[in-house]
Ligand binder design. Sequence first.
Ligand code: NDP
Length: 315
Amino acid sequence: MENRITSLFNIKYPIIQAGMIWASGWRLASAVSNAGGLGIIGAGSMYPDVLKYHVQQCKQATDKPFGVNLPLLYPDIDKLVQIILEEKVPIVFTSAGNPKTWTSTLKAAGIIVVHVVSSTAFALKSEAAGVDAVVAEGFEAGGHNGREETTTLVLIPGVTAQVKIPVIAAGGIATGKAMAAAFALGAEGVQVGSRFVATPEASSHLNFKQAVVNAKEGDTMVGLKKLTPVRLLKNAFYEAVHTAENNGADIETLKTLLGRARAKAGMFEGDLEEGELEIGQVSSLITEIKPAGEVVEEIWQEFQTTVKKFRDFVD
Ligand code: NDP
């Protein structure tokens, strides 16, 4: 199968692994790329020298295309961009910022640029900035989330109706059935995050991976809405945020409550009570830790079976 996304990235399956802080290092990215999807290194939790190491290791581990996710609110963004240019990273997914800021610099170096958006307005802004594709990420997604709370089912047809560039659907997608649904809505690729956290290749702490596997429906909620809305697995930290927000906490109070490096404590060091545990709603459908390559293959097989079922029904 070939479409605009497989051609754009030169990959076998239009399945993209999301760049997630404290989860997506070179091991995960290269495993996904080797399996025929697109692996992405999540630079948001990496100091510049750490990113450089991961890019170099990834090049050793795969001869397939891979990318780097760059959250634009990162403190040392210009240093990360420099490394991306020096190391000739072929694909960059930017997120959490203005697509105008870095797209032309990256494009001038021959890099394929994709921006992550949570609304049609931002998709149009990204297209105008010259990106090659957008990831439209619905409210089901883990981590940083759109303020308008638009769900994937509503977001994807809205965005695909308005932009000409290809759209990659994200948020709530961990299976081939969900991929088929996203394609029915007009997406040409899917970006999958949470499912890849529960793999041996993810750099996340085993406690966190196990918590993802154990998560049930309703176990994630969006908090810190006055700061940056973020979908979290419920724990003692989330409950403290929830209580503070119910009591009308202002931005400063929430900042103090969050403190520093809570995401690292939760997802990388395995503190399941006081850490920040960023994961999507779809964690309730994830029941085991399994290799990333198997995840890619399973999603692809289930996508094909699902589409065939629809075809048989129509025939
Ligand atoms: P904090 O300010 O609480 O802490 C910074 C954390 O980032 C520390 O753990 C630190 O590691 C690490 N870090 C990596 N590089 C740097 C750097 N250059 N300067 C300072 N710290 C750095 O931030 P968060 O943990 O909440 O978020 C970190 C980053 O992840 C941000 O850039 C943010 O944009 C991004 N992010 C992206 C999300 C997404 O969904 N795409 C979700 C959440 C965050 P150490 O402790 O070893 O010093």
